[in-house]
Design a protein around this ligand. Sequence first.
Ligand SMILES: O=C(O)[C@H]1O[C@H](OP(=O)(O)OP(=O)(O)OC[C@H]2O[C@@H](n3ccc(=O)[nH]c3=O)[C@H](O)[C@@H]2O)[C@H](O)[C@@H](O)[C@@H]1O
Length: 442
Amino acid sequence: MSQMKSISHLDNAPSTPGKFKMDKSPYIHRLRWHSSMAKIAFYSFVFVGILLVFFLRSPSPTSSAAAAADPARRALITSTWGGASWEKRVRSSARVRTPRGITVLVTGAGGFVGVHVSLALKRRGDGVLGLDNFNDYYDPSLKRDRQALLERSGVFVVEGDINDGALLRKLFDVVPFSHVMHLAAQAGVRYAMQNPSSYVHSNIAGLVSVLEACKSANPQPAVVWASSSSVYGLNSKVPFSERDRTDQPASLYAATKKAGEEIAHTYNHIYGLSITGLRFFTVYGPWGRPDMAYFFFTKDILSGRSINIFEGPNHGTVARDFTYIDDIVKGCLASLDTAEKSTGSGGKKKAPAQLRVFNLGNTSPVPVTELVSILEKLLKVKANKKMLKMPRNGDVQFTHANISLAQKELGYKPTTDLQTGLKKFVKWYLGYNSIMGRKSVG
Ligand SMILES: O=C(O)[C@H]1O[C@H](OP(=O)(O)OP(=O)(O)OC[C@H]2O[C@@H](n3ccc(=O)[nH]c3=O)[C@H](O)[C@@H]2O)[C@H](O)[C@@H](O)[C@@H]1O
């Protein structure tokens, strides 16, 4: 009843303050002045309170979620570098231990291809220094475990971002690298719709930063870097040859890799940098990337979760030229070994320099349905499959590499079929996840 009263009392209040009639009485004036001061004080308190609650509840500036959403901040979460003992570690890691060895800076050394290439170079006696920002695009603990593996083999991975020009200059001051294997990148074709700026940050700005450091270095190193089969985009002529058109990318990821190839041309043309771009075709294997289908299919099949298998128009087959990591590593090392010296010095070109692009694929596309069947057999678990129309978020229906150029120039010859390669991956995956009863990665 009293509630009803108060509500009916409110009904008499004007709905808009502007509709209040001005009152001339000085007493009422003072009263109103006091009451409006009280109102201001009250609302200020409420406002400050809301602000406080907001700040206390929001993630701290160093939280990984905030960092993940902001590619620029990802770069800032890198640790400090420099100092005498740091330089000593850099020098020791980059020291050549064989008569005709090379000295390689491997960017993205904490990544999938990066860890394998670094280990292979170290095994040959080459000098290897890694660089990685250990961002959290996927579970960074996997990257840290790869780092630990590298450290055990004598490869030091400097924690830093490729966009940090001062760090790159410092590294070239400390070590006269003969080669740069540039593998650091924002990978994944579908994630580009969620976080487009991270692709520009790593694959365009980052590449330019690396090439800037290389062109200014004395001596200039030869550069080998990771492009992607995705540059072929909507090209329908198969198998894909390096001479085919690459001007119809289907994802922003592909567009940034294509842009990278054009940027490479510029640095070669102006500064005499020797540059080789490698178009990798869906690389898979042990220590792989949890964002890739073969990896998360394995995890989901084992845990009984359903998997989405994409199909093209009219139930058309979606296929990939899956390429095993060991074959890719051979292609990378052969590219480094056949790279000619850069011709510039002090930022000036002296003569034309080598500029190459190679497909590194397996030349035998396999339908994604077949990939799943192989995994089911290896895991001895039936997958809970859902057929889904391929979403329009960057995927292409098939890829197929023509590798004759790489065969001729690099002696590249892939030897691992999907069945054999997946067997090795599954063995690694089960072993890795059982160590210390760790939670399955991915
Ligand atoms: O070759 C390349 O250039 C690219 O290869 C992969 O990209 P992608 O071939 O799309 O590899 P996945 O994401 O592992 O997909 C493999 C296949 O599985 C299919 N897929 C993916 C996800 C899914 O849920 N279901 C599904 O059927 C895709 O359509 C694709 O045909 C890498 O993620 C890129 O970084 C790389 O540059």
